[in-house]
Design a binder for this molecule. Structure first.
Ligand code: SF4
Length: 335
């Protein structure tokens, strides 16, 4: 299969039906043993210092892994991708634009999907068959999610890793299914986390800290029970058609659509506090104003740029936040 780079979660059913193997360049970037190297490639090419690290990392990963075709989401993800696409064109890389509708409208989504299928010389019927083939992978990802918040036998990090990689199923959905099935079986034999551990929600784009944040939380008696966007990548509401599935996917749309999903999950998962991650130089950071206004739980906002682990300063902030949540839990118990 020819590889096709993707810059965010896209309707991969269509890409697979067209005979492409999707490669999520975000995952390639962040999983690289030396992600700074990929950022340096972009900066040497002229990307400004005040450009988001994910965009620079995607560019570096695309060149480094010699991806010659890339599907760029022009509406519903990030305005920087539009200019990234132009620069990639300059480098001789074939770029295919895909625009999510401006709102989650089933008919508009159907039109967008049909147009993408036509561009890639496939059909929505063929993509619908791939949707069926991917069902076991998506079900397992959502099962792992349930094992995280409901049974407490999967860690926040495992949850993050497997859900975030459902954007391209680690480039091999058969293997993804096999390995995730094994993990789910392993989790079912584990004891659950202690009930007095704090329950944390992680909202916002995946962080550049890699595994560090999740591991650090666990050293302080707290664990992530909700990874908002990662869960969306796994398509928690697949519906009966691709148009329905991608209209129910909240990430490309208004923050208020995301809020409905977040609020319902915070209640259901009995969350104590929220960590909102924002990426430096990302327009989505402004949404912090809305989350702080609308969410009724304590929120810690963390901003990351190109530090690929938790600095001492960040650890101190996280620790102070957890202390406050622990104290508030104790107060509630006494009352
Ligand atoms: S973090 Fe923000 S600026 Fe960076 S790629 Fe994602 S949406 Fe764009």
């Amino acid at each position: 299969m020819n590889k096709i780079g993707i810059t965010t979660t896209v309707p991969i059913e269509i890409l697979l039906a067209a005979g492409y193997q999707p490669v999520d360049l975000n995952n390639v970037f962040i999983a690289d043993p030396n992600p700074e190297r990929l950022i340096n490639i972009a900066e040497r090419a002229g990307f400004p210092l005040n450009c988001c690290s994910w965009i620079k990392g995607i560019y570096g990963a695309c060149l480094e892994h010699k991806i010659d075709t890339i599907l760029c989401v022009t509406t519903g993800d990030c305005s920087n991708t539009v200019m990234l696409m132009e620069v990639l064109k300059l480098k001789g890389i074939k770029t295919i634009p895909f625009a999510y509708p401006d709102r989650p409208d089933r008919q508009k989504m159907q039109d967008a999907l049909e147009s993408l299928a036509k561009t890639l010389n496939t059909t929505l019927d063929a993509a619908g068959q791939v949707k069926e083939e991917l069902k076991p992978c998506r079900r397992l990802a959502l099962k792992l999610d349930e094992l995280t918040w409901k049974q407490g036998v999967a860690s926040g990090l495992e949850n993050h890793l497997w859900l975030v990689s459902s954007s391209d199923f680690n480039q091999d959905y058969h293997n993804y299914q096999k390995e995730l099935k094994e993990l789910v079986e392993k989790c079912l034999k584990r004891p659950s986390y202690p009930p007095d551990w704090l329950r944390i929600a992680y909202i916002g784009v995946p962080s550049v800290y890699g595994q560090d944040l999740y591991k650090y939380l666990e050293t302080k008696g707290a664990r992530v029970v909700f990874n908002e966007i990662q869960r969306q990548f796994a398509m928690p509401h697949p519906g009966n058609s691709l148009a329905e599935q991608y209209s129910n996917y909240t990430y490309p749309y208004s923050i208020y659509d995301r809020l409905k999903d977040i609020t319902a999950e915070l209640n259901k998962r009995r969350v104590d506090g929220v960590i909102h991650y924002v990426q430096a130089f990302c327009y989505r950071g402004i949404g912090d104003i809305i989350f702080r206004n609308k969410l009724k739980l304590p929120i810690l906002t963390l901003e990351g740029n190109d530090e690929f682990s938790l600095t001492h300063h960040l650890k101190t902030r996280v620790e102070a936040f957890l202390d406050m949540l622990h104290r508030s839990r104790r107060r509630t118990k006494i009352a």
